[in-house]
Design a protein around this ligand. Structure first.
Ligand SMILES: [Zn+2]
Length: 191
């Protein structure tokens, strides 16, 4: 059974959901289902449209009284009210959040060539958490050492924050060519 790409209100891909969760969000009015033209449907309209489709790309779920297309893409309409799923703080997820780019020089590297860097060094009381930990290449990590970015003359390229949702990058199957057609234009190449 197909999985569903979840967009936030600004049409940015934020998660991948199984079909049960996707349809539940639409049923609850927290998300709208999108067809291939990105036309939005609420649950009632989706039920109605489903009955006229022959073979939707992600298939149907059926009950004795209902035949419902599985949406390939949904868009959250009330982002704030969606039940929150915590993103685990880990090396892998920090790299995924930062797109495997060094927060200081911006260069992209494979995981084996990256380190975690504490923006405010641990020796100065900097916490080990999302807002103080960034991806860093070996060179920048050595150069920065026990200094603050200002002191080292190494400004951050972005402000680190906790990701609001399950990280897309760690869920998206590779290669990109294996993604459903309808997802490709909605997922940035470096997700
Ligand atoms: Zn670097």
């Amino acid at each position: 059974m197909g999985r569903t790409l979840v967009l936030n209100r600004s049409f940015r891909a934020v998660a991948v959901a199984d079909w049960q969760r996707a349809l539940t969000l639409v049923y609850m009015g927290l998300a709208e289902a999108l067809d291939e033209e990105l036309t939005p449907y609420d649950f009632t309209a989706w039920v109605e449209a489903s009955s006229s489709w022959a073979e939707p790309p992600a298939g149907f779920v059926r009950s004795p009284r209902l035949r419902l297309a599985v949406p390939e893409v949904i868009r959250l309409v009330r982002y704030d009210r969606v039940p929150h799923r915590e993103v685990a703080f880990s090396r892998h997820n920090v790299f995924a959040r930062d797109g495997h780019r060094c927060a200081y020089c911006g260069r992209r590297r494979p995981s084996e060539e990256l380190d975690l860097d504490h923006v405010v060094p641990k020796s100065r009381g900097g916490p080990h958490e999302w807002t103080n930990v960034v991806t860093s290449c070996r060179g920048c990590n050595l150069r920065k050492a026990d200094k603050l970015p200002d002191e080292a003359g190494m400004p951050l390229k972005f402000k680190p924050a906790k990701p609001p949702w399950t990280l897309l990058g760690s869920l998206i199957p590779h290669p990109r060519e294996s993604l459903p057609q309808s997802w490709r234009r909605l997922i940035p190449a470096d997700a």
